[in-house]
Design a protein around this ligand. Structure first.
Ligand code: ASP
Length: 328
């Protein structure tokens, strides 16, 4: 089945459909699956075709920067892109019209920080990093996260763009969580990088599911679900219907599968199959996983065709079409 048809057919039964984000201004190179098994470092990899983000991460890595700075600066590109309606400033709001953002970050030493359902701050990944570096905690949520951000010098920003506001007003005409055409309603950027020292870090940031219930948090800011890194083994990150990723602690699972000897590709496939096993009668939603191991080998797998992931190494900047559990 063609992707467009899949989107149309599934729109009445699932809120969990992902779409490729709007293409931006980076230079297109090649499209190939062949790099999946070639281990090369440094490397940056991210969910979807967020090529401006991997380009930024690569700039950091090629200048000898750390993987932590690479993923941080990389995903921030999407948080700052007002045309990106699924991440950061300009993200779609919840059903009450409030933009609430989720993000987490994890470094080579297993340090991590996260913000959940935070409003009015344009760069949740930077606040997550501050939580990691400046507090004894891992997660700050809602008003507490926002307050902490102001204390750290972040500016109050209205995150609801005119375009998002108009889309929300239109959505309110029916107020269904399962909109008729459910495209560009969500799409998280999860990014993993290995720097020239061989150290791995990851970051994940999203505005979550459009028109979600107030207070809803998905997998993206949950360490182990939307993102997990173990510097001895590798890292994994997710996009898609967060509830399903949380139910299997997807990213942690994938890293543990790699620890047991699976390749990143095999581990991502097993991660998706665990989700399928819990949803035998309901597969009309999308999940996409990407993973990287210590050698710089990568993998990606999803439920429905249409998911892609970007890699940037010295050998090129590639948009990789992910293999999928369902073939059409
Ligand atoms: N995983 C995100 C969430 O559930 C949404 C997405 O990646 O599309 O909030």
């Amino acid at each position: 089945m063609k992707r467009r048809k899949f989107l149309r057919n599934s729109s009445t039964v699932a809120a969990g459909i992902m779409s490729a984000p709007l293409l931006a201004s980076y230079t297109e190179h090649t499209t190939s699956k062949e790099t999946n098994s070639i281990g090369v470092i440094p490397i940056a990899i991210c969910t979807w075709d967020f090529g401006n983000a991997t380009a930024k991460a690569w700039e950091v890595l090629k200048n000898g920067g750390s993987s932590l700075d690479a993923v941080h600066q990389g995903v921030m590109v999407e948080e700052n892109d007002l045309k990106n309606s699924t991440v950061g400033n300009g993200g779609r709001p919840d059903r009450d019209g409030n933009v609430t953002l989720d993000a987490c970050i994890m470094d080579k030493d297993g340090n991590c920080g996260a913000v959940l359902a935070m409003q009015n701050i344009a760069n949740p990944i930077s606040v997550a990093r501050k939580v990691m570096e400046e507090t004894p905690h891992v997660m700050l949520a809602g008003k507490g996260a926002e307050q902490f951000a102001y204390e750290q010098g972040f500016k109050k920003t209205d995150l609801l763009t005119e375009e998002s506001k108009e889309a929300w007003i239109k959505w309110k005409e029916t107020s269904q969580y399962k909109p008729i055409i459910n495209i560009e309603n969500h799409d998280t950027i999860g990014m993993l990088a290995i720097d020239e020292k061989g150290d791995i870090s990851g970051a994940c940031t999203t505005s979550g599911m459009a028109y979600k219930m107030a207070g809803r948090v998905g997998d993206s800011p949950i360490i182990g679900s939307g993102l997990f890194v173990d510097n001895e083994v590798g890292g994994a990150t997710a996009t898609g219907v967060g509830e399903e990723v949380v139910r299997t602690v997807g990213s942690f699972l994938i890293v543990e599968l790699m620890r047991q000897g699976k390749s990143p590709q095999e581990a991502c496939e097993e991660g998706v199959k665990r989700i399928i096993a819990k949803n035998k009668d309901k597969q009309d939603f999308q999940i996409g996983f990407i993973a990287i191991n210590k050698k710089g080998e990568t993998g990606g797998y999803c439920i429905h065709p249409g998911f892609t992931y970007r890699t940037y190494t010295k050998d090129g900047h590639i948009n990789n079409p992910s293999d999928s559990y369902l073939k059409s």
